[in-house]
Ligand binder design. Sequence first.
Ligand code: NAP
Length: 405
Amino acid sequence: MKIGMLGFGTVGRAVYENYSGSLSDLNAMIEIAFVRSKNDSRVQGFPDVAFTTDPMNVVSNRQLDIIVDVMGNTELAKKLVEEAFKNKKHVVTANKELVEKYGLALQKVAAEYDVLFLYEASVGGGVPIIRNLKQHLIGKDVSTIVGIINGTSNYVLSLMTRANFNFAEAISMAQLKGFAEKAYDNDINGYDARSKLIILARTMWRIEVLRSDICTIGISNVSKNLINDIRRRGYALKPLVLAKKRDELNYSMIVAPFLIPLDSDFSRVNDEYNVVKILGNQIQEMTFSGPGAGGPATAVSVFSDLSYLLSINKCGINTSNDKIIKVESVDSPEFNIFAEFYYDNTDCVSELLTKSDMRFSDLQNIKGTVSVVLKNIRIKPAEEKLKRIAGINNSSIVLYPILEE
Ligand SMILES: NC(=O)c1ccc[n+]([C@@H]2O[C@H](COP(=O)([O-])OP(=O)(O)OC[C@H]3O[C@@H](n4cnc5c(N)ncnc54)[C@H](OP(=O)(O)O)[C@@H]3O)[C@@H](O)[C@H]2O)c1
């Protein structure tokens, strides 16, 4: 089998460097890669690979059987992947935005041309979650998916907690270590985790969920002081995703930094590590964890899809016939929520919270910075009520749910 690659960056090179030997044991070879520049020093020293700056040399190359998309760039990737399918090539991708945004449509085109579209590396880096959800677990039984699936955010919050770094220092270190891209907005705003949550929910429950339906809070407002305050209360701050099935058509989902008890399983998952817990009646609780970012980790999952393709050596399963259901509603669940905001008239906060029908505990007030735990409430109503009380704008209220494990 002959393999062509779109992109030869962090993940692409790791796939080649770590797995070309194993691929050759399976009678497969990486033959050609599409890059932006053939003169780039990063593509020197790979005599077995032909480099091209024309992607059509890869996706329409008659010699090739499989295309590995490790390029990023959603729109171009979509066009190239479609072209690859039309040329009867299987595609393995690490591109979560591509899978989230166009996965359903691409799956259909793949089925039309009798080829496979595999995306293990798009969620969880090296953690083998997609194939397990698809083939091992029964969606009907699964009630909850909860986990840490953005390695960059977890790495940043871990450094801010353990090494007392501020946000900017932690991001710089994440970039230096290869756990954050130059453009890291999608990671710290929660959008990357949201794409992955949509992919997980779709893979598990065969449902279509819109981005705009998911309450999404990033980590960019997290300060060192806030983390220290949260620790004093006995919690760690972790970037979680949570999806709960209420019934076949109705779900609760949220992406946010959560307060998690310091002695819980999730609080021990640090740095770039990812973890996904699946809960259900029959399976009870199943946990998948491992390194969630970086070239070598992600290359494991790309190789896993390649070796799967090589083992079946033809179109084995056709997932496109699975019926995808449009959900009726996705809400954000109720939690106890940790809130922090500035309010100068500190004496009457307690009275105002009570008047607004908010139940609360642990109210603290340090020089006008109020922190409090609001009881059993959703993020949006909590935010609206606090805004009314304090007359403050969105950016100065911190609202993070608490996960009591
Ligand atoms: N790195 C991770 O930890 C990780 C984890 C999971 C999934 N992923 C996904 O894996 C994919 C690749 O990530 P990466 O970290 O390997 O990215 P990267 O280091 O930036 O590499 C991307 C490669 O594709 C090339 N490329 C990008 N856009 C291109 C274009 N328009 N035309 C030609 N070449 C283009 C780049 O060329 P230049 O070098 O010239 O820009 C580079 O060779 C992405 O979809 C990412 O989301 C990454």
